[in-house]
Design a protein around this ligand. Sequence first.
Ligand SMILES: C[S@@+](CC[C@H](N)C(=O)[O-])C[C@H]1O[C@@H](n2cnc3c(N)ncnc32)[C@H](O)[C@@H]1O
Length: 447
Amino acid sequence: MPQTLLDAPVQTNGFRDSAFAKNKILPVHRWVPWIAGFSAQFVDDCISAYLQPNKKDTAWILDPFAGVGTTLVESYIHGINVVGFEINPYAALAARTKLEAVNVEPGTLQAQIAGFQRFMKTRCASANGKPRSTPPAGFSGRTQLFSPAVERKILFALDFINSIPISAVRDIFRVAFGSVMVNVSNYSYEPSLTRRLAVDKDEIGDAPVDEVVASKLMLMLEDVRWLQTQVPKLGHKPTAKVYDDSFFVAPNKLKRQSFIDLLVTSPPYLNNYHYPRNTRPQLHWLGFASGPGYGGARESESFGKFWQTVRDLDPIKLNFVLPALAEAVEDVRSRNAEKSAYGGPGWANYVASYFNDAYRFCKIVADFLKPGKGVAVIVLGNSIIQGVEIKTDYFFGKIAELCGLKFEETLLLREKRTGTSIIQSSVRVDRATKKTVLYESAIVLRK
Ligand SMILES: C[S@@+](CC[C@H](N)C(=O)[O-])C[C@H]1O[C@@H](n2cnc3c(N)ncnc32)[C@H](O)[C@@H]1O
């Protein structure tokens, strides 16, 4: 049986570690790993701290950057109504599928898994059979994603998955497939998607695709059963909705205002981690994207933009007045100016775009939180850009105040966070500032 929530050590401020790693052993949360996802325990702690226990069945929790659904799933398990937005279609699929799992008939899922195993055994055993599915046209890389033997099996797996008649069951298969496909490919997460050869790992000539997918599915089946023992204990069925869309369109999608009791989220960090690029295999092989570029993952609507898309633009200024931040942006702009787009000028555009989006975000949040009671907990990490430390939590708090929210406190969650490599590979760090500690914190805002 999967373990239920662990009693991980509580930090002195009462909030447990926000790192996603803990989710790997928790039912449902363990379905899909997600970079910079955070822990279910952290969500639990937010619920205990900011929601009245007797109001859970009428309360609403929002996650504007839902990722693979940690906030939404954990809140749902507590009996709370949830709504989320996620721009990456693969992550949105994972979040939605987890929440829909409560309606999936375990016997039907089990029968489909058995059917999948039989289908794969027969098809892969015959050397002559040809899969009906074809590789997606738009996926290209310096190395073939799959070796020919693996690709043939992958295509058979897709033949079966696409023929599953019940959409909620098909989605469980699609999530299972997406979560393991890179493990049998010639790429790996380091944590960015990287060719195996580039990190001295052997390419994968062949792999038991059926076993890898089926064992993921068996684990998911176990969790579906577990979830279905939990929800009846609540005495009511919470409402859950995930929008495969940018949070910036929330005002058009959510017809109500001022109804959110608690928001728990983590926007993309100021580290230029490119979610669309890193989920290219899933986006293409699950049919969310076609052709080159990242249109399928709505790259241009991503929170904070990506350095690649703003570096060559004219100098981008802040759309609001915050002198200390404007100074930091200009400090970045002045560094390595001779490298233009690749030096301070390009990176200053990235920083300014990030905080302009933070401003747009806080304005929308202010409209959705319940006056007097609504709380927003936003997990952030500081960054070092061109040698300048940017305290994202501090500036975010100040921006929230400009948007009519009350900054309450900052909770230090982790004094040292992993992922430094992401920053250091994409941002040249001054030798002098190498010592700056990267931390993770949550700011608490009230309406
Ligand atoms: C740090 S992750 C959140 C992870 C989440 N807390 C979890 O545990 O799975 C940030 C997420 O924001 C999403 N995102 C980026 N821009 C967005 C936007 N404009 N609207 C909604 N989601 C967005 C990214 O695709 C990414 O999944």
